[in-house]
Design a protein around this ligand. Structure first.
Ligand code: ATP
Length: 304
C-alpha cells in the first residue's frame, strides 16, 4: 500500500518549549491508525500539524504528497477533521451547520445530509440550535461535518468523548464502514483503548513528544507479550495437569495459568478435556491493547 502520510523528524516548540522531538512515522492508504499516548504527549499537536493549522519547528510532513504548511487548503479539501470544539456554529441549527459546511466543501447534497442525520440519530433534532445540543449530540454532528464530503483522510481527535454507549457504537460502526466501503484512511487519537482496539489496524505510541513504538497489534504482541495469562472456568484438578502450565491463581472454579507461548493454550485445553473435566469459559487476560500499552511504556521507561 502507498503511503498517504509521511512524517520525518518533526520537532515542534511552543514558546521555545519543545513539545514534539524527532517524530517520524508513515501511514499507508486505507489504514486506520490509532495514535496513543498520555495527556499532553502531543497527539492533538500532531493532528494540527498534519492539517497545516500550525507549523512544525523542523522536519518534513507530506499528506497525500502535499506540504500541510504551504498546501493546507489542498489537504483540507480531501480530509475531514473532528477536534474538541468541532468548529460548529452554536447559533445555527444542526442542519444549517451541515448545509453551510457542505457548501464550503462543495457538497450541496441534501439527501446525503438527511441520511447522515438519520444514521447518527439527529434527524429529529436538526432544526434545533446547536447551542442547545447535549455534548454527545454536538460530537455526533461534528462527526457528520467531518465525513460530509466523503473525505479520503479522516482525522479524529478523541471521537468517542462525551458519547453514551449507543453513540460510541454508532461512531465506531461508521468508522469501520467508511474504511471498508471507500478505503478512507483514518487517523485517530483516543484514551479509550478497548474501544479503538476493535477498529484500528495500526498503532503509534507517543510518549513525551516521541513515537516510542509502532506496528500492528499482532506485531506488538509478538514483541512485547512474552507470557500469556489465561483464566479458565473449569473443574480441572490442578495436580492432575502437566506442571508445565504454571498456575498463578485459583479462585473457586476459575484457574489462572501462565503460558510461555500461545501454542500452549490449545494443548492445555485439550489436556483438560481429555481428562474428562469441563471448561465453561476461557479468557486471555494480557493480550488486549491496554495491557500492550502499559507493557510498551514500562519497557521504554526502563530503557531511558
Ligand atoms: N498553542 C499552544 N501553546 C502552548 N502550548 C501548547 C499549545 N498547544 C499545545 N500545547 C502544549 O503542548 C503539549 C502537548 O499538547 P497536546 O494537546 O498536543 O497533547 P495531547 O496528547 O493531545 O493531550 P490530551 O490527551 O490531554 O488531549 C501540552 O503540554 C500542551 O500544553
Amino acid at each position: 500500500m502507498a503511503p498517504i502520510i509521511q512524517v520525518e523528524g518533526i520537532q515542534k516548540q511552543f514558546d521555545a518549549r519543545p513539545v514534539l522531538h524527532d517524530v517520524s512515522f508513515t501511514v499507508n492508504k486505507g489504514d486506520i491508525v490509532g495514535l496513543l499516548g498520555p495527556n499532553g504527549s502531543g497527539k492533538t499537536t500532531i493532528i494540527r500539524l498534519l492539517n497545516g493549522v500550525i507549523e512544525a519547528t523542523a522536519g518534513k510532513i507530506l499528506v497525500n504528497n502535499w506540504d500541510p504548511h504551504s498546501q493546507g487548503h489542498e489537504i483540507r479539501k480531501i480530509s475531514g477533521i473532528l477536534t474538541d470544539g468541532a468548529g460548529l456554529y452554536h447559533e445555527m441549527s444542526g442542519v444549517d451547520n451541515l448545509r453551510f459546511f457542505g457548501k464550503l466543501y462543495g457538497v450541496n447534497d441534501e439527501t446525503r445530509i438527511q441520511q447522515l442525520l438519520e444514521d447518527f440519530q439527529l434527524a429529529d433534532h436538526q432544526q434545533k440550535k446547536v447551542g442547545t445540543y447535549s455534548t454527545g449530540m454536538k460530537r455526533r454532528l461534528g462527526i457528520i461535518k467531518a465525513i460530509l464530503h466523503n473525505p479520503t483522510i479522516l482525522f479524529l481527535d478523541e471521537p468517542t468523548n462525551g458519547l453514551d454507549p449507543e453513540g460510541i457504537q454508532m461512531v465506531l460502526q461508521n468508522i469501520h464502514t467508511l474504511n471498508k466501503q471507500y478505503g478512507t484512511t483514518i487517523f485517530l487519537c483516543s484514551h479509550i483503548l478497548h474501544l479503538i482496539e476493535s477498529v484500528c489496524t495500526q498503532y503509534l505510541f507517543l510518549d513525551h513528544g516521541t513515537i516510542i513504538e509502532s506496528g500492528t497489534k499482532s506485531e506488538l504482541e509478538t514483541k512485547y507479550i512474552k507470557e500469556i495469562s489465561v483464566k479458565i472456568e473449569t473443574n480441572a484438578v490442578v495436580n492432575e495437569l502437566n506442571p508445565l502450565y504454571k498456575v498463578v491463581k485459583q479462585d473457586g472454579s476459575y484457574i489462572t495459568f501462565i503460558l510461555q507461548t500461545k501454542e500452549q493454550l490449545p494443548r492445555l485445553l485439550e489436556e483438560i478435556l481429555k481428562k474428562q473435566f469441563w471448561i465453561h469459559h476461557v479468557e486471555i487476560q494480557n493480550r488486549d491493547l491496554e495491557s500492550l500499552y502499559f507493557q510498551i511504556r514500562g519497557v521504554k521507561n526502563e530503557d531511558r
